[in-house]
Write a protein that binds this ligand. Structure first.
Ligand code: ZN
Length: 246
């Protein structure tokens, strides 16, 4: 087997990148992205070292929505600054951060769980989830998401939520899943927005986009392995999954 890094080094011409999804053009599926109307706003904070250009989903996700913002960085002074416009009430924004919480260990129903500051299941789930106006997603590996969480204390003013997904990630064997709740960013958004807005069509549209990306990825991997390198080894996982403690 050839080493993807060596293969990439002998490619003479740089492959053009899509300005929207920032993927190499052969991996771009932007043309097939359909707009989704959503009541909830979306803010995706991407760790600067999150570099999975091939399988990353943050920009693909954002492209579906008019009111979606992607920011790359480590810290922002407030939710308003991260968004680039004033926000009245940060508590009406959810931050999806698993941390050490495991939905499977909690006695809960449903796919979306609001936690209190102690990381316990909050009282009055329906009221909390019903008042949400926006959602913050942390895009990166488990440790990158943790860094974003700790470097942005304003997130404590938001409503922390975790997911208890009914289905495992569609990444399948492309990325080994240590946890059932480990989802790609676009799948996490699909579960969150569809659940909060009671709009199964949102999940269907986002998950279909993700399936198209994975299909394209597999095709490109077969034809141009340098553009779609084999999935990262253990310890280099991304999104909402976390590696097992050694
Ligand atoms: Zn694109």
């Amino acid at each position: 087997m050839s080493n993807p890094a060596e293969t990439a080094a002998i490619v003479a011409e740089p492959v053009p990148e899509c300005p929207h999804c920032q993927k190499p053009m052969p991996l771009c599926i932007c043309d097939s992205v359909t707009p989704i109307e959503s009541k909830l706003s979306l803010l995706i904070l991407q760790h600067p070292q999150e570099q999975d250009r091939a399988l990353g989903t943050a920009r693909l996700l954002a492209k579906h929505f008019e009111d979606a913002t992607v920011r790359v960085g480590l810290s922002w002074p407030s939710l308003s600054k991260a968004l680039g416009h004033p926000i009245e009430n940060a508590s009406h924004w959810a931050v999806l951060y698993l941390g050490s919480a495991r939905a499977a260990d909690l006695d809960v129903d449903g796919e979306i769980i609001a936690l209190n500051r102690k990381g316990e299941v909050a009282d009055n789930q329906r009221a909390i989830l019903g008042k949400l106006e926006g959602v913050v997603l942390l895009d990166g590996t488990w440790s990158q998401a943790k860094a974003l969480w700790w470097r942005n204390p304003w997130m404590l003013k938001c409503q922390r939520v975790i997911l208890n997904p009914a289905h495992p990630s569609r990444y399948g064997r492309l990325r080994r899943e240590p946890r059932k709740d480990g989802l790609s960013t676009i799948e996490a958004a699909a579960t969150l927005l569809a659940g909060l807005e009671r709009r199964p069509d949102i999940a269907a549209t986002l998950n279909a986009s993700f399936e198209r990306l994975l299909t394209r990825y597999r095709e490109v991997q077969a034809e141009m392995p340098e553009l779609a390198p084999k999935p990262a080894p253990k310890g280099r996982r991304r999104d909402f999954r976390r590696s097992k403690k050694a």
